[in-house]
Write a protein that binds this ligand. Sequence first.
Ligand SMILES: O=C(O)CCC(=O)C(=O)O
Ligand SMILES: [Fe+2]
Length: 261
Amino acid sequence: MTGLAHIDADDVDGILAAVAEDGGCIARNVLGDDQCQALLDDFSPHLAAMDWGRDELGYRNDFYGARTKRLHGLFSKSPRMVEVLTHPLLLALAERLFVDDGFADDVRLSNTELMVLGQDQGVQDFHTDGVSWRRVQRREDREILISANCALTPFTASNGATRVVPGSHRWPPDRRPTDDEVCLAEMPAGSALIYAGNVIHAGGANVESDVRVGLYLGYIPSWLRPIENQLVTNTPADVLALPERARRLLDVVEGGFTVYA
Ligand SMILES: O=C(O)CCC(=O)C(=O)O
Ligand SMILES: [Fe+2]
């Protein structure tokens, strides 16, 4: 299995072609070193206050794993999140996939999640992220989700780089990958794994003492229900203070109902 293509973040056409062909690729230079560090600094007190294997509300989630920490409500935790949310590459990808041909009038964020893998976290079960809307996923003959997993620390073979199955976005629902069909999303900090909602993937295993930190953002057509309610996970005043484009991405639309989107 050849690896995922590595493509510069300003090559939107190249990234879209790789997503169409393989179901995903690595976008280079999405975030700068200073942005990665500032985001890590902003999130670190929240991570320090959490136990491994439990979410912020104290619940276990077997799908996530026992040696991971997952943070939500990221807009109240870091003022730098708005730059990532409105990153020109991520908006261009979502608009080209969902808006340009009239599939939707606009795009929305489904959720953001800080995905921290600690030492001894094992591999995650293979899945697609589009399965969150499995009835729509089955019905639509196209992607309904485009995701970015931004590396805030390097992703390596031994610290849990995401496992991706190129081409699986076009597989029948019951096909399972064999080991030789799996690629690792190894990348330096500042790169991002860009992947389709229908592509099979899973978090890798971390056998290192350092944590692996991925910042996930998923974008959907505006008529689909986001899986995170940003007005619940964040302090509402923080969301309302964001610029208009960002608020709209978070489904805060003045006088509007998403049903018209
Ligand atoms: O941690 C990762 O690299 C991927 C995690 C993932 O795919 C998920 O939780 O949906
Ligand atoms: Fe996933």
